[in-house]
Ligand binder design. Structure first.
Ligand code: ZN
Ligand code: FE
Length: 240
């Protein structure tokens, strides 16, 4: 079993450490800030051998150079490699990376950025989805089209229902409030909003999520088509 640890950074980012106790290997997913990340790795005695970046935004790649200097090889999406510090290995759709005996497929999931990738560890029932899918939400469309993001979300949501989805931000409360307004008759959303309010009041994380939960409560995953998705995304951009 892989151990997965969240390292909170900035206002609402989660940087992820994946540790394989069998091989002793450790991967850092999206090390936006090397300081808390390296401190946590050190505290646990987990030297970081690899960085897996999902996209170029600095809150995901800003710590690359420092983690690389501490001994890591940096994997990142090929089409964004020029904008990501310290890339050693450029990844495309269908490539595979590994931690010990565990394998991750690289999926291109454009929308938030054009080159955004996800790391899907099918045998482990785990996916690192960066800023593509959030618990009850999705990333903003900075570079891609609604059609691209719609397809990226549908692809992630087609993973087995018990797949755990590790996203990069704690945005769930704001997403839940929007979801409750967008689908007022959806009981699953109403219940999850309450649970998320309680969790956040108690200072608890609401990530990872699962495919099953998102199918029931993520209005962007539940969008009927790219037009419906676009309408929701635009209205979320200005929702308060
Ligand atoms: Zn981003
Ligand atoms: Fe981000």
């Amino acid at each position: 079993m892989l151990e997965i640890v969240a390292v909170p950074a900035f206002a609402d980012n989660y940087l992820w450490l994946i540790h394989d106790p069998v091989s002793g290997e450790t991967v850092a997913v999206d090390p936006g800030d090397s300081v808390p990340l390296l401190a946590e790795a050190e505290r646990r005695g987990w030297p970081i051998g690899q960085v897996w970046n999902t996209h170029w935004h600095p809150d995901h790649s800003g710590g690359n150079e420092a983690v690389k200097q501490a001994g890591a090889t940096v994997y990142a999406p090929a089409s964004e490699a020029a904008r990501i510090p310290g890339v050693d290995v450029a990844l495309k759709e269908g490539d595979r990376v590994r931690i010990g005996e565990h394998q991750a497929e690289v999926w291109e999931v454009p929308g938030h950025t054009l080159g955004h990738i996800a790391y899907v560890l099918r045998d482990d029932g785990i996916a690192f989805v960066g800023d593509t899918l959030f618990a009850m939400g999705c990333g903003r469309l900075f570079e891609g089209t609604p059609q691209q993001m719609f397809e990226s979300l549908q692809r992630i949501a087609a993973l087995p229902a018990d797949t755990r989805l590790y996203c990069a931000h704690e945005y769930t409360l704001s997403n839940a409030r929007f979801a409750a307004a967008a689908e007022p008759a959806n009981d699953a959303i109403a219940h999850r909003l309450k649970a998320v309010e309680q969790a956040r009041q108690a200072g608890e994380m609401t990530v990872p999520t699962t495919v099953a939960e998102e199918l029931q409560t993520n209005v962007f995953v539940r969008a009927h088509d790219p037009q419906d998705f676009a309408r929701l995304r635009t209205s979320k951009d200005t929702f308060r």
